[in-house]
Design a protein around this ligand. Structure first.
Ligand SMILES: [Zn+2]
Length: 372
Protein backbone atom coordinates (compact mmCIF):
# COMPACT_ATOMS: atom_id res chain seq x y z
CA UNK A 1 0.00 0.00 0.00
CA UNK A 2 1.38 3.33 -1.07
CA UNK A 3 0.90 6.27 1.26
CA UNK A 4 0.96 9.92 0.25
CA UNK A 5 0.77 13.20 2.11
CA UNK A 6 -2.18 15.44 1.41
CA UNK A 7 -3.69 18.51 2.95
CA UNK A 8 -7.12 20.04 2.86
CA UNK A 9 -7.83 23.63 3.81
CA UNK A 10 -11.35 24.28 5.03
CA UNK A 11 -13.03 27.49 6.12
CA UNK A 12 -14.29 27.51 9.68
CA UNK A 13 -17.60 28.85 10.94
CA UNK A 14 -16.80 29.69 14.55
CA UNK A 15 -19.29 31.21 16.95
CA UNK A 16 -18.50 34.68 18.29
CA UNK A 17 -17.07 33.17 21.48
CA UNK A 18 -14.99 30.66 19.52
CA UNK A 19 -13.68 33.42 17.30
CA UNK A 20 -12.45 35.33 20.33
CA UNK A 21 -10.80 32.17 21.63
CA UNK A 22 -9.16 31.49 18.26
CA UNK A 23 -7.73 35.03 18.23
CA UNK A 24 -6.50 34.61 21.78
CA UNK A 25 -4.83 31.31 20.95
CA UNK A 26 -3.13 32.73 17.86
CA UNK A 27 -2.00 35.72 19.92
CA UNK A 28 -0.54 33.49 22.63
CA UNK A 29 1.18 31.28 20.04
CA UNK A 30 2.73 34.40 18.52
CA UNK A 31 3.80 35.63 21.96
CA UNK A 32 5.40 32.24 22.65
CA UNK A 33 7.18 32.33 19.29
CA UNK A 34 8.62 35.77 20.00
CA UNK A 35 9.49 34.67 23.52
CA UNK A 36 11.43 31.74 22.02
CA UNK A 37 13.19 33.97 19.50
CA UNK A 38 14.18 36.27 22.33
CA UNK A 39 15.64 33.37 24.34
CA UNK A 40 17.57 32.13 21.31
CA UNK A 41 18.86 35.63 20.54
CA UNK A 42 20.24 35.96 24.04
CA UNK A 43 22.15 32.70 23.84
CA UNK A 44 23.22 33.55 20.28
CA UNK A 45 24.73 36.84 21.45
CA UNK A 46 26.34 35.12 24.43
CA UNK A 47 27.90 32.66 22.03
CA UNK A 48 26.03 29.67 23.49
CA UNK A 49 24.33 26.92 21.59
CA UNK A 50 20.73 27.94 20.91
CA UNK A 51 18.10 26.15 23.00
CA UNK A 52 16.20 23.40 21.18
CA UNK A 53 12.44 23.38 20.77
CA UNK A 54 12.27 20.92 23.63
CA UNK A 55 14.41 23.17 25.90
CA UNK A 56 12.21 26.15 25.10
CA UNK A 57 9.07 24.21 25.88
CA UNK A 58 10.52 23.15 29.25
CA UNK A 59 11.46 26.73 30.09
CA UNK A 60 8.04 27.95 28.98
CA UNK A 61 6.20 25.47 31.19
CA UNK A 62 7.83 26.88 34.32
CA UNK A 63 8.15 30.51 33.22
CA UNK A 64 5.14 31.44 31.08
CA UNK A 65 2.92 34.41 31.95
CA UNK A 66 -0.26 33.55 33.83
CA UNK A 67 -2.62 34.80 31.12
CA UNK A 68 -1.21 32.22 28.71
CA UNK A 69 -3.16 29.59 30.65
CA UNK A 70 -6.38 30.94 29.14
CA UNK A 71 -5.60 28.96 25.99
CA UNK A 72 -4.64 25.29 25.56
CA UNK A 73 -0.91 24.75 26.04
CA UNK A 74 -0.88 22.18 23.24
CA UNK A 75 -1.70 24.97 20.73
CA UNK A 76 1.34 26.92 21.87
CA UNK A 77 4.04 24.23 21.90
CA UNK A 78 4.49 24.07 18.14
CA UNK A 79 5.67 27.70 18.26
CA UNK A 80 8.87 26.41 19.85
CA UNK A 81 9.37 23.84 17.12
CA UNK A 82 9.00 26.69 14.62
CA UNK A 83 11.62 28.74 16.47
CA UNK A 84 13.92 25.71 16.48
CA UNK A 85 13.39 25.14 12.76
CA UNK A 86 13.94 28.83 11.98
CA UNK A 87 17.33 28.83 13.76
CA UNK A 88 18.42 25.52 12.29
CA UNK A 89 17.68 26.90 8.82
CA UNK A 90 19.50 30.11 9.65
CA UNK A 91 22.62 28.26 10.82
CA UNK A 92 22.52 25.89 7.87
CA UNK A 93 22.00 28.49 5.16
CA UNK A 94 23.63 31.44 6.92
CA UNK A 95 20.82 33.72 5.85
CA UNK A 96 17.33 34.70 6.90
CA UNK A 97 17.99 35.61 10.52
CA UNK A 98 14.80 34.70 12.45
CA UNK A 99 12.75 37.70 13.49
CA UNK A 100 9.79 38.48 15.70
CA UNK A 101 6.29 37.89 14.38
CA UNK A 102 4.12 40.98 14.18
CA UNK A 103 0.65 41.24 15.59
CA UNK A 104 -2.11 40.80 13.01
CA UNK A 105 0.16 39.43 10.28
CA UNK A 106 -0.42 35.76 9.48
CA UNK A 107 -2.27 35.01 12.72
CA UNK A 108 -2.02 31.25 13.13
CA UNK A 109 -1.21 28.31 15.36
CA UNK A 110 -0.65 24.58 15.01
CA UNK A 111 -2.14 21.61 16.75
CA UNK A 112 -0.59 18.13 16.75
CA UNK A 113 -2.66 15.39 15.10
CA UNK A 114 -3.45 13.57 18.33
CA UNK A 115 -4.66 16.74 20.08
CA UNK A 116 -7.46 17.53 17.65
CA UNK A 117 -10.26 15.55 16.08
CA UNK A 118 -12.49 15.66 13.04
CA UNK A 119 -16.09 14.54 13.40
CA UNK A 120 -18.17 15.06 10.25
CA UNK A 121 -18.28 18.74 9.51
CA UNK A 122 -16.74 19.75 12.82
CA UNK A 123 -13.20 19.95 14.09
CA UNK A 124 -12.19 19.88 17.73
CA UNK A 125 -9.53 22.43 18.57
CA UNK A 126 -8.01 22.30 22.07
CA UNK A 127 -9.27 25.12 24.28
CA UNK A 128 -11.77 26.22 21.62
CA UNK A 129 -14.06 23.21 21.33
CA UNK A 130 -15.89 21.79 18.32
CA UNK A 131 -15.86 24.36 15.52
CA UNK A 132 -18.07 24.02 12.46
CA UNK A 133 -16.39 23.60 9.08
CA UNK A 134 -17.89 24.62 5.73
CA UNK A 135 -17.21 21.17 4.31
CA UNK A 136 -16.11 17.70 5.34
CA UNK A 137 -12.52 16.52 5.18
CA UNK A 138 -11.95 15.35 1.61
CA UNK A 139 -10.10 12.16 2.57
CA UNK A 140 -11.52 9.04 4.10
CA UNK A 141 -9.51 6.88 6.50
CA UNK A 142 -6.88 9.57 6.75
CA UNK A 143 -4.28 9.62 9.48
CA UNK A 144 -4.13 13.24 10.56
CA UNK A 145 -0.62 14.53 11.27
CA UNK A 146 -1.42 18.08 12.23
CA UNK A 147 -3.84 20.95 12.01
CA UNK A 148 -2.85 24.48 11.23
CA UNK A 149 -5.36 27.15 12.02
CA UNK A 150 -5.01 30.57 10.44
CA UNK A 151 -6.84 33.78 9.78
CA UNK A 152 -7.11 35.66 6.50
CA UNK A 153 -9.07 38.87 6.20
CA UNK A 154 -11.87 38.23 8.73
CA UNK A 155 -12.10 34.48 8.17
CA UNK A 156 -10.60 31.48 9.92
CA UNK A 157 -9.34 28.36 8.19
CA UNK A 158 -8.05 24.97 9.23
CA UNK A 159 -5.54 23.20 7.04
CA UNK A 160 -5.52 19.51 7.87
CA UNK A 161 -2.34 17.64 6.98
CA UNK A 162 -2.82 13.92 6.62
CA UNK A 163 -1.40 10.72 5.27
CA UNK A 164 -3.74 8.83 2.97
CA UNK A 165 -3.66 5.73 0.88
CA UNK A 166 -2.71 6.45 -2.71
CA UNK A 167 -5.72 5.40 -4.75
CA UNK A 168 -4.51 6.74 -8.07
CA UNK A 169 -4.43 4.19 -10.83
CA UNK A 170 -1.48 4.08 -13.19
CA UNK A 171 -2.81 4.66 -16.70
CA UNK A 172 -0.77 4.62 -19.90
CA UNK A 173 -2.22 7.90 -21.18
CA UNK A 174 0.22 10.75 -21.59
CA UNK A 175 -0.71 14.40 -22.00
CA UNK A 176 1.26 17.55 -22.73
CA UNK A 177 0.31 20.76 -20.97
CA UNK A 178 1.32 24.18 -22.24
CA UNK A 179 1.21 26.66 -19.42
CA UNK A 180 0.68 30.22 -20.52
CA UNK A 181 -0.54 33.68 -19.84
CA UNK A 182 -3.39 34.26 -22.29
CA UNK A 183 -4.89 30.84 -21.75
CA UNK A 184 -3.73 29.63 -18.36
CA UNK A 185 -3.19 26.16 -19.74
CA UNK A 186 -3.91 24.12 -22.86
CA UNK A 187 -3.54 20.35 -23.10
CA UNK A 188 -2.41 18.40 -26.13
CA UNK A 189 -5.89 16.89 -26.40
CA UNK A 190 -7.45 20.33 -26.61
CA UNK A 191 -8.69 21.07 -23.09
CA UNK A 192 -8.34 24.75 -22.27
CA UNK A 193 -8.15 26.48 -18.91
CA UNK A 194 -9.17 30.10 -19.37
CA UNK A 195 -8.90 32.83 -16.78
CA UNK A 196 -12.21 32.93 -14.87
CA UNK A 197 -14.23 35.94 -16.04
CA UNK A 198 -14.91 37.19 -12.54
CA UNK A 199 -11.21 37.88 -11.99
CA UNK A 200 -10.95 40.95 -14.20
CA UNK A 201 -13.78 42.61 -12.31
CA UNK A 202 -12.29 41.74 -8.94
CA UNK A 203 -8.88 43.08 -9.98
CA UNK A 204 -10.45 46.41 -10.91
CA UNK A 205 -12.18 46.46 -7.54
CA UNK A 206 -8.88 45.69 -5.81
CA UNK A 207 -7.17 48.60 -7.54
CA UNK A 208 -9.93 50.94 -6.45
CA UNK A 209 -9.75 49.69 -2.87
CA UNK A 210 -5.96 50.00 -2.78
CA UNK A 211 -6.16 53.59 -4.01
CA UNK A 212 -8.71 54.37 -1.34
CA UNK A 213 -6.56 52.67 1.33
CA UNK A 214 -3.51 54.74 0.40
CA UNK A 215 -5.45 57.93 1.12
CA UNK A 216 -6.46 56.94 4.65
CA UNK A 217 -4.60 58.34 7.64
CA UNK A 218 -2.23 55.88 9.35
CA UNK A 219 -3.64 54.37 12.52
CA UNK A 220 -7.17 55.58 11.82
CA UNK A 221 -10.27 53.43 12.07
CA UNK A 222 -11.08 54.07 8.42
CA UNK A 223 -7.69 52.78 7.45
CA UNK A 224 -8.20 49.43 9.19
CA UNK A 225 -11.63 49.15 7.56
CA UNK A 226 -10.13 49.84 4.13
CA UNK A 227 -7.34 47.36 4.85
CA UNK A 228 -9.87 44.63 5.64
CA UNK A 229 -11.68 45.33 2.36
CA UNK A 230 -8.44 44.90 0.42
CA UNK A 231 -7.63 41.68 2.27
CA UNK A 232 -11.12 40.32 1.55
CA UNK A 233 -10.81 41.00 -2.17
CA UNK A 234 -7.37 39.37 -2.26
CA UNK A 235 -8.86 36.34 -0.56
CA UNK A 236 -11.70 36.12 -3.10
CA UNK A 237 -9.29 36.38 -6.02
CA UNK A 238 -7.13 33.65 -4.51
CA UNK A 239 -10.10 31.37 -3.92
CA UNK A 240 -11.42 31.73 -7.46
CA UNK A 241 -7.97 31.09 -8.92
CA UNK A 242 -7.28 28.06 -6.75
CA UNK A 243 -10.70 26.62 -7.43
CA UNK A 244 -10.27 26.88 -11.21
CA UNK A 245 -6.77 25.41 -11.03
CA UNK A 246 -7.88 22.51 -8.84
CA UNK A 247 -10.73 21.59 -11.15
CA UNK A 248 -8.44 21.64 -14.17
CA UNK A 249 -5.53 19.73 -12.62
CA UNK A 250 -7.86 17.11 -11.17
CA UNK A 251 -9.46 16.45 -14.56
CA UNK A 252 -6.12 16.30 -16.36
CA UNK A 253 -4.44 13.98 -13.85
CA UNK A 254 -7.47 11.70 -13.48
CA UNK A 255 -7.49 10.82 -17.15
CA UNK A 256 -3.72 10.77 -17.73
CA UNK A 257 -1.12 8.85 -15.76
CA UNK A 258 1.72 10.94 -17.10
CA UNK A 259 1.76 14.70 -17.55
CA UNK A 260 4.44 16.53 -19.52
CA UNK A 261 5.17 20.19 -18.85
CA UNK A 262 7.93 22.61 -19.68
CA UNK A 263 10.48 23.09 -16.94
CA UNK A 264 9.73 26.80 -16.63
CA UNK A 265 11.81 29.27 -14.69
CA UNK A 266 8.74 30.86 -13.11
CA UNK A 267 10.78 33.09 -10.84
CA UNK A 268 12.88 34.35 -13.71
CA UNK A 269 9.77 35.03 -15.75
CA UNK A 270 8.27 36.97 -12.89
CA UNK A 271 11.39 38.99 -12.27
CA UNK A 272 12.98 39.44 -15.66
CA UNK A 273 10.28 38.81 -18.25
CA UNK A 274 8.74 41.47 -20.47
CA UNK A 275 5.79 43.25 -18.87
CA UNK A 276 3.04 41.15 -20.44
CA UNK A 277 4.74 37.92 -19.36
CA UNK A 278 5.38 39.22 -15.87
CA UNK A 279 1.75 40.18 -15.42
CA UNK A 280 0.52 36.94 -16.91
CA UNK A 281 2.69 34.85 -14.60
CA UNK A 282 1.33 36.76 -11.63
CA UNK A 283 -2.29 36.62 -12.73
CA UNK A 284 -2.46 32.97 -13.67
CA UNK A 285 -0.32 31.71 -10.81
CA UNK A 286 1.78 29.33 -12.89
CA UNK A 287 3.72 28.08 -9.91
CA UNK A 288 0.50 27.00 -8.18
CA UNK A 289 -0.62 25.19 -11.34
CA UNK A 290 2.71 23.35 -11.57
CA UNK A 291 2.63 22.55 -7.85
CA UNK A 292 -0.80 20.96 -8.19
CA UNK A 293 0.18 18.95 -11.25
CA UNK A 294 3.30 17.81 -9.46
CA UNK A 295 1.49 16.28 -6.53
CA UNK A 296 -1.61 15.07 -8.37
CA UNK A 297 0.02 13.37 -11.35
CA UNK A 298 1.40 9.89 -10.92
CA UNK A 299 4.31 10.89 -13.09
CA UNK A 300 5.31 14.41 -14.09
CA UNK A 301 7.85 14.79 -16.89
CA UNK A 302 9.60 18.12 -17.36
CA UNK A 303 11.07 18.97 -20.73
CA UNK A 304 13.83 21.50 -21.35
CA UNK A 305 12.59 25.06 -21.15
CA UNK A 306 14.73 26.10 -24.12
CA UNK A 307 13.12 23.61 -26.43
CA UNK A 308 11.16 25.67 -29.04
CA UNK A 309 7.66 24.38 -28.20
CA UNK A 310 5.88 27.40 -29.68
CA UNK A 311 7.96 27.83 -32.81
CA UNK A 312 7.94 24.21 -33.97
CA UNK A 313 5.14 22.84 -36.16
CA UNK A 314 3.56 19.95 -34.31
CA UNK A 315 2.63 18.35 -37.61
CA UNK A 316 5.87 18.38 -39.64
CA UNK A 317 8.53 19.65 -37.25
CA UNK A 318 9.39 22.74 -39.25
CA UNK A 319 10.70 25.56 -37.03
CA UNK A 320 9.33 29.03 -37.60
CA UNK A 321 11.76 31.81 -36.70
CA UNK A 322 9.50 34.84 -36.82
CA UNK A 323 6.72 33.81 -34.42
CA UNK A 324 5.83 36.65 -32.04
CA UNK A 325 3.99 36.59 -28.71
CA UNK A 326 0.94 38.18 -30.29
CA UNK A 327 0.51 35.47 -32.96
CA UNK A 328 -2.34 33.46 -31.49
CA UNK A 329 -2.55 31.05 -34.43
CA UNK A 330 0.30 28.97 -35.74
CA UNK A 331 0.45 28.71 -39.50
CA UNK A 332 3.10 26.40 -40.91
CA UNK A 333 4.85 27.64 -44.07
CA UNK A 334 6.01 24.14 -44.89
CA UNK A 335 2.97 21.86 -44.50
CA UNK A 336 0.33 24.63 -44.29
CA UNK A 337 -1.15 23.40 -41.04
CA UNK A 338 -3.12 26.07 -39.19
CA UNK A 339 -3.52 25.41 -35.50
CA UNK A 340 -4.09 27.32 -32.26
CA UNK A 341 -0.76 28.51 -30.94
CA UNK A 342 -1.08 27.00 -27.45
CA UNK A 343 -2.48 23.70 -28.71
CA UNK A 344 0.48 23.46 -31.09
CA UNK A 345 2.86 24.06 -28.17
CA UNK A 346 1.10 21.45 -26.02
CA UNK A 347 1.42 18.85 -28.78
CA UNK A 348 5.13 19.61 -29.11
CA UNK A 349 5.58 19.35 -25.36
CA UNK A 350 3.85 15.96 -25.43
CA UNK A 351 6.07 14.75 -28.29
CA UNK A 352 9.20 15.93 -26.50
CA UNK A 353 8.04 14.25 -23.29
CA UNK A 354 7.39 10.99 -25.13
CA UNK A 355 10.83 11.22 -26.72
CA UNK A 356 12.28 11.62 -23.26
CA UNK A 357 10.23 8.66 -22.07
CA UNK A 358 11.41 6.67 -25.09
CA UNK A 359 7.93 6.01 -26.32
CA UNK A 360 7.30 6.27 -30.01
CA UNK A 361 4.28 8.21 -31.13
CA UNK A 362 2.77 5.22 -32.94
CA UNK A 363 3.05 3.13 -29.83
CA UNK A 364 0.40 4.88 -27.76
CA UNK A 365 -1.87 5.55 -30.69
CA UNK A 366 -3.78 8.34 -29.03
CA UNK A 367 -1.01 10.88 -29.08
CA UNK A 368 -2.28 13.08 -31.85
CA UNK A 369 -5.94 13.80 -31.32
CA UNK A 370 -6.34 16.14 -34.29
CA UNK A 371 -6.92 15.59 -37.97
CA UNK A 372 -3.39 16.33 -39.16
ZN1 LIG B 1 4.16 21.90 -40.59
Amino acid sequence: MNLVQRSHKIRLKPTKAQEIQLSKTAGTARYAYNWGIDACERSYRAGDKHPSGYDLRKQWVSNHPEWADEVAASCVYSSFLHVDAAYKRFFRERKGHPHFHKKGVHDSFNVAGDKGKVVGKRVRIPGVGYVKMTEELRFENAKINSYSISRRADQWFVSIQCVVEDTRIETPEVVGVDVGCKNWAVTSDGAVLKAPEKLAKLRKRLQRQQRSLSKKRKGSNNRSKAKLKVAKTYLRIDNIKKDALHKFTTTVTKSHGTVVVEDLDVRGMRERGVKSVRKGVQNSDISELLRQLEYKAIRLVKVDRYFPSSKTCSNCGNVKKDLTLSDRTYHCDSCHTTIDRDLNAAKNILAEGLRKLNITVGHTGSVCGCTC
